[in-house]
Design a protein around this ligand. Sequence first.
Ligand code: 6GU
Length: 248
Amino acid sequence: MRYYVMTLFPEMIEAGMSSSILGRARKEGKIDLKTVNIRDYTLDRHGRVDDYPYGGGAGMVMEAEPVYRCYEAICSEIGHRPRLVYLTPQGSVFEQRLAEEFAAEETLVFLCGHYEGVDERVLEEIVTDYVSIGDYVLTGGELPAMVMMDAIARLVPGVLHNDESAGEESFSDGLLEYPQYTRPAQILGREVPEVLLSGHHENIRRWRLEQSAERTRQRRPDLYADWEERQNEGSQGAKTERKFTTGT
Ligand code: 6GU
């Protein structure tokens, strides 16, 4: 996976993407990350990249020209026109399913806006995806870009090592993860649930599924309703299948 991040604050991206699993993935060559300073593409001799909004109002608007020239430079470098994700609270909300879709791309470009926004005309010209990370307002697109790069990177083969698998966690089947315990078996006056010490793998699997379902029902009733609906569709399907097979 190759990421380009178009930003006025490349040091913020570098700081957030150099540690832990992502830092390791970059060193191992599983992830390539290039930050591109939009300011390097302005033709203004004072390095200006923003101006007052037409029609008046508060704040400044990022100019079209440096943003456009910045994206074109990336396209020239790689020889095609990759998906360009504009981070904005006006985008569609980022979810695991979109992370999976983006993880299949060879190259992704993120455009981080600041000020009151970016001139609409350059957005119309180059943006392929408008994405938000949730219903709250942040000061810029850098943190959302890092959130997305993290969620996407861990789906790239080889980024997670064997003991960090991406298969069994929250959302992979639409339920939150079950609770985890480690040694000692007793601490803070609390015991590890007995079933986990039993070595009975089928009972452990069932217990964890129950815990996941109950936790999701309590904490995320919206996800639980979707999951329950899918369970019922599944059993409908099974009934239909049985109907077909019993007659023959
Ligand atoms: Cl992508 N950008 C900004 N500035 N604020 C946000 C966001 C993005 N997603 C949620 N809030």
